[in-house]
Design a protein around this ligand. Sequence first.
Ligand code: UD1
Ligand code: CA
Length: 417
Amino acid sequence: MSKNIAVIILAAGKGERMKSENPKALHNICGRPMLDYVLDLVRSLKVQKKVVVLGYKHEVIRKSFVLGQDIAIQKKMLGTADAVKTALGKLKGFKGTVLVLYADTPLLKKETVNKLLKYHIENSLDATLLTAKLDKPQGYGRIVRDKYSVIRAIVEEKDADDFDRDIKEINTGIICFNKDSLEGALKQVRSNNRKKEYYLTDVIKILYKKGRLISAVKIEDINEALGINSQSDLAKANGIMQLRINQELMRQGILIVDPNSTFISYGVKIGQGTVIYPFTVIESSVRIGKRCLVGPFAHLRQGTRLSDDVTAGNFLETVRSKVGAKTFIKHFSYLGDTQVGRNANIGAGTVTANFDGRNKHLTIIKDNALVGSDTILVAPVEVGKGAVTGAGSVVIKNVPDKKTAVGVPARILKKKG
Ligand code: UD1
Ligand code: CA
């Protein structure tokens, strides 16, 4: 089915309603830019061609993604019809199906899009819409059907009368077109609407008037239809995506005690048998081994790697740090730029002072070390194999293997203590 399909992704808009400096496509959902989800979806469809339409701050977006030649720049954001026209400039000579996706609809699943494409191609339609029935259709374009239930138009909310506004079936924005039919109709789109924009959705009434074949596939899971226009939509999308991520991890044998209060970024890898307690935040690129205990209230930031059987307990914060197998860090510690060996025990309240105001420095804690409660490790510094630090010590010099250091600043005791 992958033959003769081109995908156009519309990502030129500023996202006015986000009230943000950043282009909408760059806003994160579970630690990952919105546009990435749509690009992933397109990769999984294995289509012949892809064009991403960029406009607002396109240089910034370009730097964040590998888009190569597949970009069309929309000079003025004159509306979705104009954006599609811009993309078609890159598809000269292409014949077949054109699938339009919006960068602000990141929860869409590949199964749904494949179903839409299949239906469109098998029935040789001119346009096939992905629609959804919503109890609260506010903000979306409404699907208007004639007395035979054939789709005759999409009416944008701003242009809808009371009657149209009551319609619960909405346009998700995802539409398949026969390329020739689309091109012909686009020429007739005018901007005589409330927003003075060229609406892609107007193509539908033009095709209807020409007697062309229009149909729709209804989405089953309405969450997939969520269009992100505001910070509040973004928060909602985050919540939905988070539950998807947590469900997938649980399927892999990780216990997430309370999926509703556990925040794990997209792409985090966790080994089987690990338990994540509530109110834990795990950021992108973190790797956690098997049978670890994490949280409650742990914050594992970028560059954290936990080996197998690690306990990373209450109120722990880590960043750019590696922790060896079977090490315990059970109570409120901060480890930044730190390498901890195997079987070490990091006492309550241990803090690495990794930043001197200008640069970050490394702390190394070797295998079997016992770091006493409330130790401050002033980096760069090393705690040797099997070495011990006393409670409340401020360690500014390396502690040799098997030695004990105590006090402020810590001095090395002659004998192992
Ligand atoms: C659009 C649809 C609406 C649908 C809703 C689904 C139109 C006219 N309306 O409304 O029927 O229910 O999506 O979420 O299409 N964009 C460009 N260039 C432009 C304008 C927009 O690339 O000149 C891009 C935006 O970056 C965005 C997408 O097109 O990714 C949709 O634009 P947006 O302004 O969010 O449309 P909606 O008002 O949500
Ligand atoms: Ca939108």
